[in-house]
Design a protein around this ligand. Structure first.
Ligand code: NI
Length: 389
């Protein structure tokens, strides 16, 4: 596999960083240990600028090439946060913090981009500026948005931006990408049905919110099956249902909530409209009142055409044409790199993690064998986006 030889030399060192980060996970914006490690390393490598505190606890490193004629500035982004999961592992590098673990491989993403930064700061074999972006709070805290809101793109003059995520089940050394929507937009809904509490043995004296809310949960299944075009994609999943606490009481209220995933704005609008209509109509039919709260989540992650071709080309140069799938179907998970792609053209690529436990699973561990592939991808991407003459 033609990974960069100099980066292959760093493999053991990058693996050490990865395991150090793995042992010290932080949730959302509380990633001080990792952010400090990142900033310290970037300074050691001799980055021209290292700025902490972008998007609260994000870190940005600036590496100038040996030429600066192109005026190009390429952003490369990794995420740093972990998940509230108790790690199930006997490995020496398992999490030291109870109830927190790197179950999504962000430890690997951070270490691989650090490895590329070390190489790029040492060689500087490009014409322009490489900006390495380490963001907090990818797992639901919109850390990518927080960094953009701190004016990161304009402040560092970033022209285009790239992201990467590991995928268990895809062999190490394989990449997958697609132009257009690659990951879903995520929205959340919370519904509170107010009925009328009563003795359980006298249902005619009350309005049972459990029965009404149950009808709503069932009816919501018709949105994807009957309203959304079968060729389009959408998910409506109810993830919680809470009501009552006794055997002999009809409660006053029932509450349920869940998530909506869509890949384009029209389908998103349709699902939102139908959800409100279905829930309100069932409430009216049973003389209940209902409160519907919708919360916008991450936007759809949309890859830009030219940058997707470019990213695929870089991957092919490292692992060969046959190992880069350029027709990866979209994934209905969300990703807040989407905010960066709303501000600048760029592309998000998947990289194989081999036959490991799945993302967000208690037995997941980032595959260190993938490190030279990922670090080489970043290094080559910078060098080829801004070729030195
Ligand atoms: Ni992730």
């Amino acid at each position: 596999m033609p990974v960069n030889n100099r980066i292959a030399d760093f493999h053991a060192e990058i693996t050490e960083w990865r395991r150090e980060i793995h042992q010290n996970p932080g949730l959302l914006y509380d990633v001080e240990h990792t952010a400090n490690l990142v900033a310290t390393k970037l300074r050691e490598f001799g980055c021209d600028e290292v700025v902490e505190g972008i998007g609260r606890t994000g870190v940005v490193g600036v590496i100038k090439g040996r030429q600066s004629n192109s005026g190009k500035v390429v952003g490369m982004r990794a995420d740093m946060d972990a998940l509230p999961i108790q790690e199930k592992s006997d490995l020496p590098h398992k999490s030291k913090i109870p109830g927190k673990m790197h179950a999504c491989g962000h430890d690997g993403h951070t270490a691989m981009l650090l490895g590329a930064a070390k190489y790029l700061a040492e060689t500087r074999n490009f014409d322009g500026t490489a900006v390495v972006i380490f963001q907090p709070a990818e797992e639901g805290g919109a850390g990518g948005k927080a960094m953009c809101d701190d004016d990161m793109m304009a402040r560092f003059g970033i022209n285009e931006v790239y992201g990467l995520h590991n995928i268990p089940g895809l062999p190490v050394g394989d990449f997958a990408i697609r132009p257009g929507a690659i990951m879903a937009g995520t929205d959340e809904f919370t519904i509170i049905v107010e009925g009328h509490g009563a003795h359980a043995a006298q249902p005619h004296n009350g309005i049972d919110p459990i029965m009404v809310a149950s009808q709503m949960v069932s009816a919501l299944q018709s949105i994807v099956s009957r309203n959304v075009n079968p060729i389009s994609s959408a998910v409506v999943t109810v993830t919680a249902f809470q009501a009552g606490q006794a055997y002999n009481v009809i409660p006053q209220t029932a509450k349920f909530w869940g998530t909506i995933r869509t890949l384009d704005p029209q389908v998103r609008e349709l699902v939102h409209t139908r959800l409100k209509r279905v829930v309100e109509s069932i409430a009216v039919a049973h003389d209940c009142t209902v409160d519907i709260a919708m919360k916008d989540g991450y936007p759809v992650t949309v890859n830009h055409d030219a940058e997707t071709d470019f990213a695929a080309q870089i991957a092919k140069e490292i692992v060969g044409d046959a190992r880069v799938n350029v027709e990866q179907p979209p994934v209905m998970g969300g990703e807040d790199f989407s905010y960066m792609l709303e501000e600048r053209p760029g592309a998000f690529i998947f990289m194989g993690n081999g036959d490991t436990a799945g993302l967000h699973h208690e037995e997941y561990d980032f595959n260190d064998e993938a490190i030279p592939v990922g670090s080489s991808y970043w290094a080559k991407l910078a060098e080829r986006a801004m070729p030195a003459t």
